[in-house]
Design a protein around this ligand. Structure first.
Ligand code: ACM
Length: 496
C-alpha cells in the first residue's frame, strides 16, 4: 500500500512541476540517427521552402546537401549567395569530422573545421529537413570512433559499380566513413591485376550459384574510390589470403603447389583453399596484387584477409600472411587483417578485425599485445547477412539471428575483457553475400540495421538507449520509401 501512495504522490508532484514550468508538453524527439553528441532545442526554427538558397565555400558539399534534400523530400533548393542555409569552415575546434549546427528563425548554419565536418553536419540537417517546419536546435557533434565501416562482399555475388555507389550513398547518409570491399574469395576474383590475366579471364567469371560474376577494371575501381571520396568515405580493399583463394588458384596453375589448377567453385563452404607456402610464385603474386591495390587506393589501409585457413600449418600460415603484410608496408600502406592474423608478426600500425563470436578472442589479444588496434565486427551483432529471425527471406544463421535491438544494444568497449576504448579503432558491419543475389536482398538485410550500427559507432555510449533510438528511427521509413529501399519492418519498431 505504501508504495502505491508514494507513486500517487510522486505523480501529483510531477504534474504540479509540469504546470508550474509553463505546462510544457513533452517535446517529441527529433528524428536524428546517429544521435549527435549534444542536442539543445531552441525556441524558434524556420520553414524551408522550395527555392531557398544554400551558401557555402564548399560547393560540392552544398550541392550534395541540395541533392539529398530533394531525394528525401522532393523539395528543390538552390546554390547561391546570402542563403538561409549556410555552410562555413569557421569552427577549427570541431576536429576532422565534427561540426556545429544551429537552426533558428533566421535559417540554418553549419560550421566545421573541414569539408568532411561540413558533410557530416549536412547529413544531420538533411534529417531535420525531412519535414519543412524545421525546429530550432543547436547541435554540437563529433564521432566516438574514427573508423565507422561497412564491408561489402562483392566476391560471392558481384555488384556492378552503380550498386556500390548506391551502397555508399546509404552509408554516407548515416555518417559511415569506411567502405571495405571484399574483392576476392573462393567463388570469384573481382579486380584486374596487370600481369595476371587469368584472374579476370577465369577467376572473375563465377559466383555463388553459377551466375556470370564480373570484375572491376582499374577505371571502375577508381570511379568507386572517387564517388566514395566525394562523400568522405574511404575505400579499404581486401584481397583475402592465404585462404579463400580458390578463384585465384583456378585462374593460374602456377600458384598451386602441384601446378594443377582446381575447378572454379560456386558453393558456400569455407576453409578448403590456400596459396602454396614457400613457392616463389606466391610471393610474386602477393607483391603484384598489393602493389596494384596500393596504386589504385588513396586511403592508408589494405586488408589482407587471413581468416579461416584449414589447410596450412601455423608456420605456413604465418609465412604467407607476413609476406602479404610486408608487401603492404613496402607500398606505403598499413595492414588490416581478420583477427586470425594476430597469430603472426604484424607491422607497426596494423589493425585487426574481431569477428568470431563463436570462438575465443586470443588472437585479438595477441594482436593488441603487439600494439595493433581493433575494429569491432562481432558476427552476432553486426554481420548483416545473419537473418533477423527465422522468417527472413535471405541470409544465414550460423552466428544466430540478429534483430535490430541485437545489432544496437552492445558497447564495443566492453565486448572483450581488457580491450577498452583506447585499443579500439572503430566498428564495422559486414555484409557477406553467399545468399544475397539482388540489390533488394542487400537492402533488406542492411536496413534498418545499418543506422543502428552507425549509431553504435558514432554516438557516446552514455547517450544511447534502444527505445529512444527506435523512436528516432521510425519516422525515417518515409524517406527509405522515397529512396526505394526494401527494409525489414522489424516488430521491435513502431513504424509510422
Ligand atoms: C569471416 O567472417 N570469415 C571473417
Amino acid at each position: 500500500m505504501r508504495v502505491v501512495w508514494r507513486r500517487l504522490l510522486l505523480g501529483l508532484v510531477m504534474l504540479v512541476v509540469a504546470c508550474g514550468s509553463g505546462a510544457q508538453e513533452e517535446e517529441p524527439q527529433l528524428s536524428l540517427v546517429p544521435l549527435p553528441a549534444s542536442v539543445t532545442r531552441l525556441q524558434n526554427g524556420f520553414t524551408l521552402k522550395a527555392g531557398d538558397t544554400v551558401t557555402s565555400a564548399e560547393p560540392s558539399v552544398a550541392a550534395q546537401l541540395i541533392h539529398g534534400i530533394e531525394a528525401d523530400t522532393g523539395l528543390e533548393l538552390k546554390l547561391g549567395a546570402k542563403g538561409r542555409i549556410r555552410l562555413d569552415l569557421d569552427a577549427p575546434q570541431a576536429g576532422t569530422e565534427g561540426y556545429e549546427l544551429t537552426v533558428d528563425a533566421d535559417g540554418a548554419r553549419i560550421s566545421a573545421a573541414t569539408p568532411e565536418g561540413l558533410f557530416r553536419g549536412a547529413q544531420t540537417f538533411r534529417q531535420l529537413a525531412r519535414v519543412p517546419a524545421i525546429p530550432g536546435v543547436r547541435v554540437s557533434d563529433r564521432p566516438r570512433f574514427a573508423w565507422r565501416g561497412a564491408m561489402l562482399d562483392v566476391a560471392r555475388h558481384f555488384r556492378p559499380v552503380a550498386d556500390v555507389k548506391r551502397f555508399v550513398d546509404l552509408m554516407a547518409a548515416y555518417k559511415l566513413n569506411v567502405l571495405h570491399l571484399h574483392l576476392t574469395d573462393d567463388q570469384g576474383w573481382r579486380i584486374a591485376i596487370p600481369g595476371w590475366p587469368g584472374l579476370t579471364g577465369i577467376g572473375a567469371a563465377t559466383e555463388v550459384g553459377g551466375g556470370p560474376g564480373g570484375f572491376y577494371t582499374a577505371a571502375d575501381y577508381r570511379e568507386i574510390v572517387r564517388y566514395a571520396q566525394e562523400r568522405f568515405v574511404r575505400v579499404v580493399p581486401e584481397v583475402d589470403v592465404p585462404g579463400h583463394t580458390n578463384a585465384a588458384l583456378a585462374s593460374h596453375p602456377e600458384l598451386n603447389c602441384d601446378g594443377v589448377a582446381p575447378e572454379p567453385y560456386t558453393g558456400i563452404k569455407v576453409g578448403f583453399s590456400a596459396l602454396c607456402p614457400g613457392k616463389a610464385e606466391t610471393a610474386r603474386f602477393l607483391n603484384d596484387v598489393l602493389k596494384e591495390l596500393a596504386a589504385l587506393t588513396p586511403g592508408h589501409h589494405l586488408h589482407i584477409g587471413g581468416d579461416e585457413v584449414e589447410k596450412l600449418s601455423e608456420r605456413e600460415y604465418a609465412q604467407i600472411v607476413e609476406l602479404a603484410a610486408q608487401a603492404v608496408t613496402a607500398n606505403g600502406k598499413e595492414v588490416v587483417g581478420w583477427q586470425e592474423a594476430g597469430a603472426t608478426v604484424l607491422p607497426a600500425g596494423s589493425l585487426v578485425q574481431y569477428w568470431q563470436t563463436n570462438g575465443g578472442p586470443e588472437d585479438v589479444e595477441r594482436a593488441v599485445a603487439q600494439g595493433a588496434k581493433v575494429i569491432m565486427s562481432p558476427a552476432s551483432r553486426v554481420y548483416l547477412d545473419m537473418k533477423y529471425d527465422d522468417a527472413t527471406r535471405v541470409g544465414q544463421t550460423w552466428a544466430g539471428t540478429t534483430e535490430i535491438d541485437d545489432a544496437y544494444d552492445w558497447d564495443p568497449a566492453t565486448l572483450i575483457d581488457g580491450i577498452g576504448e583506447d585499443r579500439i579503432e572503430g566498428v564495422e558491419m559486414a555484409l557477406w553475400t553467399e545468399t544475397v543475389v539482388t540489390m533488394d536482398d542487400l537492402e533488406h538485410l542492411t536496413f534498418p540495421r545499418l543506422p543502428a550500427i552507425a549509431e553504435v559507432a558514432w554516438t557516446p555510449q552514455s547517450e544511447r538507449s534502444f527505445d529512444a533510438f527506435a523512436a528516432r528511427l521510425a519516422p525515417m521509413a518515409t524517406v527509405w520509401d522515397r529512396w526505394g529501399v526494401d527494409y525489414h519492418r522489424s516488430a521491435r519498431i513502431t513504424w509510422p
